[in-house]
Ligand binder design. Structure first.
Ligand code: GDP
Ligand code: MG
Length: 702
């Protein structure tokens, strides 16, 4: 038999899955999306069980929901085990009411029974069974109670009575729509409700007749049908809860007490800021400074050893350079992030497991919602100030797909620690005692850019950003060390594998471009390398930003793709100076970079800080956005945005510098550019619209 494990996030699905299968899971990804897939066989049986992603409803709001819905529809599931968190019955049962509408056997596994009892609550499962019309079995996945009964129940075939959830009028029309659907369609009741809710993804099943009926019935209600249906579902749940749950004693639970502190109107945000600061300090600051040195000395050792081995075996010079200057240097730089990631992921995983993250998300939700993000976006931003890669990977805690993608695109705008050398060098040399102020202005600019881009993206591209948050909070729990460890291990491993492979390949490419000329001669002067030749052909791109064509600056900016620190080291290699004396010589009279002025320096910083991030981050973006196409679009958006901003900076800055600034001309140009951008974004909007209607159908590969 085929069984699907469906439930909210943190309801204990994975715990139950591991108990049922004895942790013999096959882990992969769902085709086309980056959500993890686990399938296994229940111990001592032949039943195949799949741990579906945590969801709150079967509505098409997020990638997880889409995956779950597709799985249930396409895979011919025999049994759905709906795992319900007893301590947040209201939130859990919302999904249950939707599952009941499917033509599929549903068993409710009432999990966390142990916590509820500790809190002094009891659920009468027989009563709940009567109300829902399906079997309800009390279990504790953690303590492994009730598991046998659950497994037995899977094999028993029962006749289910779908309960009447809605009022007479809606129940009536559901029946009518069902009878209008063609016979071979499965899950008729579910689809009928979806058609009432005006769900676009079932549009192909809609007919003129059905539309008319829906139109007719909708006149009886003040609010639209989708909302009416949701309200009636909640009423049903409320009633079920009232009948099935009794509280023995009403003492204040530990969670309630903790919430008085963590959700306090005045100190909640400062506490959160403090916690995030500590995490940041721990992982990027403290551990970062210790480990970066440690690891680079290890890498240095490896490099020396490899050099000796290669020389002793008489390897040719170019191969040695490829291995040492290309691969070891490039991959070594990425491995440097690992200790920071371990700490970071551990802290975040613990915060998530304890239930604190859900609270913070609700807390910040109101503020962020105004610009199309939600509370959960803040966390990637904060982490991103250390490094965009874990920041972008942190977007996984966001359930709503649009919001997750927006956050993924916005996170690299936060200046990461690798961008610091750029800021330090240019501000230090050109702004001298005002260097601090200039650096701060760049961080401030980053925040402004994020807000503007978020507003633009929400308005024109991502319109579905309203995550369905339900305000019932889960209990605080002590984190389970085994799961935290596994979670961290999985995440770090995938970082090493994916970012590592991107960096590995890119390092080889850059090494090749610097070491060879177009005639494929090895060991040519940098000036004649392929990179320089390319630099000369593209240096015009930077003309509006720098006021001159400089292949060195162009090539260095592009090397920021490998790592942002690389911009500075590349410039010093090209300028032909020793690293420890960068500042004083780099821009000296007669040097290749002597053309830099205050305004072009600031503009160049703006470009490097806000254009496409490094390959590591681009790789992470690709993974989180779920495709090369979307990633390219995002990178293009970032780069064009940065280029426009840098151009404006230089064009205005240099004119102010020379005293030739003309306000009217600038205004006219700004208006023209604005109109072009609007037209571009509008086009984009149309494209997105066209694809939405067919998003449910299998035949559409878009
Ligand atoms: P998922 O997100 O649905 O896969 O949930 P997990 O299986 O990761 O469980 C979330 C947390 O709840 C973990 O820390 C589990 O240890 C804990 N948990 C799961 N089941 C129970 C239970 O029956 N009782 C208690 N006290 N904790 C549980
Ligand atoms: Mg899980």
């Amino acid at each position: 038999m085929k069984i699907a494990l469906v439930g909210n996030q943190n309801s204990g699905k994975t715990t139950l899955f591991n108990v049922l299968t004895g942790m013999n899971a096959k882990i992969g990804n769902w085709p086309g999306v980056t959500i993890e897939k686990k399938t296994g066989i229940i111990k001592n049986t032949k039943h195949e069980i799949t741990d579906l992603p945590g969801i709150y409803s079967l509505s098409p709001y997020s990638a997880e929901e889409e995956v779950s819905r597709k799985f249930i529809f396409d895979e011919n599931i025999d049994v759905i085990i709906n795992i319900v968190d007893s301590t947040s019955l209201e939130r859990s049962l919302y999904l249950t009411t939707q599952l009941l509408e499917l033509d599929c056997k549903v068993i409710v596994a009432l999990n966390m029974a142990d916590i509820l009892e500790k809190k002094g609550g009891i659920i009468k499962e027989k009563t709940l069974e009567k109300i829902l019309g399906i079997r309800v079995i009390k279990i504790s996945a953690l303590k492994e109670t009730g598991i046998e009964e659950l497994i037995k129940e899977i094999e028993i075939s029962t006749i289910e009575n779908t309960p009447y959830i809605y009022d007479v009028k809606i129940e009536q029309i559901i029946k009518e729509i069902e009878s209008n659907l063609s016979n071979n369609i499965k899950h008729k009741r579910f689809i009928a409700v979806k058609l009432l809710e005006n769900d676009e993804r079932f549009e192909e099943l809609n007919s003129y007749k059905i539309k008319n009926k829906v139109q007719e019935v909708s006149q009886y209600y003040d609010i639209d049908l989708e909302e009416t249906i949701a309200t009636q579902r909640y009423n049903f749940i409320e009633q079920a809860k009232r009948q099935a749950v009794t509280k023995i004693h009403n003492k204040e639970s530990i969670s309630d007490k903790l919430d008085k502190i963590f959700l306090n109107k005045f100190i909640a945000i400062p506490i959160f800021a403090l916690i995030m600061f500590l995490i940041y300090y721990l992982s990027v600051g403290l551990v970062g400074s210790y480990t970066v040195q440690g690891i680079s000395s290890i890498v240095e050792k490896v490099r020396e050893t490899v050099v000796i081995i290669l020389q002793n075996t008489g390897t040719s010079e170019w191969l040695e350079s490829l291995v040492v200057d290309g691969i070891i240097t490039g991959v070594g730089a990425v491995l440097g992030f690992v200790p920071q990631l371990v700490i970071l992921f551990t802290c975040i995983s613990i915060l998530e497991a304890t239930g604190y993250m859900s609270r913070i998300a609700i807390l910040l939700d109101k503020i962020f919602r105004k610009i199309g993000l939600s509370g959960k976006s803040l966390i990637p931003f904060i982490i991103g100030s250390g490094c965009s890669v874990p920041g972008i990977m942190g977007t996984r805690i966001i359930e709503n797909q649009d919001e997750r993608e927006m956050t993924t695109i916005l996170t690299p705008f936060i200046p990461c620690s690798a961008k610091l050398p750029i800021i330090a060098l240019f501000s230090g040399y050109f702004f001298e005692e005002k260097a601090g102020l200039i650096s701060a202005s760049l961080y401030f600019l980053a925040i402004v850019i994020i807000i503007i881009s978020a507003i633009l993206m929400k308005k024109f591209i991502f319109k579905n950003t309203s995550s369905t948050y339900i305000s019932e909070l889960p209990e605080y729990k002590l984190p389970n060390i085994k799961y935290v460890a596994k979670d961290v291990f999985d995440k770090v491993l995938s970082f090493i594998k994916r970012a590592g492979s991107v960096i590995f390949i890119c390092s080889i490419i850059i090494w090749f471009l610097v070491s060879f000329s177009f005639k494929l001669e090895y060991g040519v002067d940098v000036e004649n390398s392929i990179l320089a030749t390319i630099g000369k052909t593209i240096s015009w791109i930077f003309y509006p930003i720098l006021g001159t064509k400089s292949w060195g600056a162009a090539v260095s900016a592009i090397q920021g793709l490998v790592a942002k620190e690389q911009v500075i080291s590349s410039m010093s290699v090209i300028a032909g100076i020793a690293e420890d004396n960068v500042e004083s010589q780099m821009f000296a009279e007669g040097n290749v970079f002597s053309f830099f002025t205050t305004s072009s320096a600031y503009a160049f910083m703006v470009f490097n800080l806000f254009s496409a991030p490094c390959f590591g981050a681009i790789g992470a973006m690709k993974r989180e956005l779920g495709g090369t196409k979307k990633m390219l679009k995002a990178v293009l958006f970032q780069t064009i945005f940065a280029w426009i901003l840098a151009t404006i900076t230089y064009q205005i800055g240099s004119r102010i510098e020379n005293g030739t600034f003309n306000f009217v001309n600038s205004l006219i140009i700004a208006i023209i550019v604005g109109i072009i951008i609007l037209i571009f974004i509008n086009n984009q909007k149309e494209n997105e619209k066209q694809c939405k209607n067919c998003a449910y159908s299998n035949s559409c590969n878009k």
